[in-house]
Write a protein of this length. Structure first.
Length: 116
C-alpha cells in the first residue's frame, strides 16, 4: 500500500471552504481510479495548516492521479484559499496500518501490511 501526502497552507478563515472544495473537486476523480483506497484530510483551523493523505494500492496508482492532471486541477481549485502555495506531494510506502476500518481487508493482504 502507498500513501501520497500533500501539505497545504490555507487562510484559517477559509478552511471550511477548502474542505468543501477538496471534497467536491478531489474525491470524485480519485474514486474513479483503480487502486484508490481512500484519504484523510487533516487540518488545524487555527493555523490553516492541512495534510491530505491519499491511500493507494500501489505507487503506480497514485502516479496516475498526478499524471492525468487530477492533482493539478485540485490544487488550482484550492488556490483561492491558500495563504502560501501547497508543498510538492511526497510518497510513502505504508509499513503498518492498524484499525484502518475503511480499507477492505483483502486490499491489506489479509488485514495487515507487512514490514519490509
Amino acid at each position: 500500500m502507498y500513501a501520497g501526502v500533500t501539505r497545504y497552507h490555507f487562510l484559517p478563515e477559509r478552511m471550511n471552504d477548502a474542505k468543501r472544495v477538496f471534497h467536491d473537486e478531489g474525491l470524485g476523480p480519485k474514486q474513479q481510479l483503480d487502486g484508490y483506497l481512500g484519504c484523510l484530510f487533516l487540518g488545524d483551523p487555527e493555523t490553516g495548516s492541512a495534510l491530505a493523505v491519499d491511500f493507494w494500492l500501489e505507487e503506480e496508482c497514485a502516479r496516475r492521479f498526478q499524471g492525468n492532471g487530477g492533482l493539478g486541477r485540485l490544487v488550482a481549485a484550492l488556490q483561492p484559499f491558500f495563504s502560501t502555495a501547497a508543498d510538492r506531494p511526497v510518497g510513502y510506502e505504508v509499513l503498518l496500518a492498524d484499525r484502518v476500518g475503511w480499507l477492505r481487508e483483502e486490499e491489506l493482504g489479509g488485514g495487515e501490511v507487512p514490514i519490509g
